[in-house]
Write a protein that binds this ligand. Structure first.
Ligand code: SF4
Length: 233
């Protein structure tokens, strides 16, 4: 699966609404400009990919928050977990680096034990089978600050519609999709998704945690390898 660029996505999303397409394109230009500037500036803060990527996420979160505020009352909140149980969650290997760093450096031994056990027991997430994400522990995300962009940019218009979809897959949830533009813009800026694959979260994490001694080494190798980041200048 390849992430489209922001303008291609906008054209598809608003093909029937030229008014929304025009204003969306203007917003996309501003968002892309801001994220590009952040990405370039953060090179002086951190030479490592993960530091720069965290800074980019900080700005992307602010953009997403601003769009969500403009869109009105978004019912998504901590503890509401339909999408964590009901969506196929994808991430790049670069995003997985942040997740591994979170597990290894921020969780205590007990939390880490539970997360690794959950990863090993998990089936691949699927939007058709209500399979939970491995990081959903006690109805909370165990890696919330470092969750993938796919999770950051999901907004519902109605909790009731998420509930209905959970019970009946023919009833699609009502979503607010503008923050998706930020998700795509981030991938576009880092090029992380343009040249590297997107992976289903539970399967990729099982691969990384197949040998519990290796995840730190796995992350370090990916953090220093920027070969899939086109034109970092
Ligand atoms: S990573 Fe966290 S927010 Fe994303 S689906 Fe999994 S539990 Fe939910």
């Amino acid at each position: 699966m390849r992430v489209p660029n922001t303008k291609v996505w906008l054209k598809t999303e608003f093909a029937q609404r030229p008014d929304l397409l025009a204003s969306g394109t203007t917003v996309a230009d501003k968002v892309l400009g801001r994220l590009n500037a952040t990405w370039n500036q953060s090179k002086s803060v951190s030479s490592e990919f993960s530091g720069r990527y965290r800074e980019l996420l900080r700005v992307a979160d602010a953009e997403i928050g601003e769009m969500a505020a403009r869109a009105g009352d978004i019912p998504c909140r901590l503890g509401c977990t339909y999408c964590c149980k009901d969506e196929r969650i994808v991430l790049t290997e670069k995003e997985a680096v942040l997740v591994v760093q979170h597990i290894e450096a921020q969780l205590d031994a007990e939390q880490k034990g539970r997360v690794v056990a959950s990863i090993r027991a998990a089936a691949p997430t699927s939007d058709q089978a209500s399979v939970p994400c491995a990081f959903l522990i006690d109805e909370r995300c165990a890696i919330y600050e470092n969750r993938p962009l796919a999770c950051r940019s999901y907004f519902s218009r109605s909790v009731a519609s998420c509930h209905d979809f959970f019970l009946d897959k023919s009833r699609m949830p009502q979503r607010f999709s503008a923050p998706k533009m930020v998700e795509i813009a981030v991938h576009e800026v880092t090029r992380a998704a343009k040249h590297s694959k997107l992976y289903e979260i539970n399967t990729l994490m099982q691969r990384i945690y197949a040998d519990p001694d290796k995840p730190t080494q796995w992350a370090a190798e990916r953090m220093s390898d920027e070969s899939d980041l086109a034109d970092p200048e």
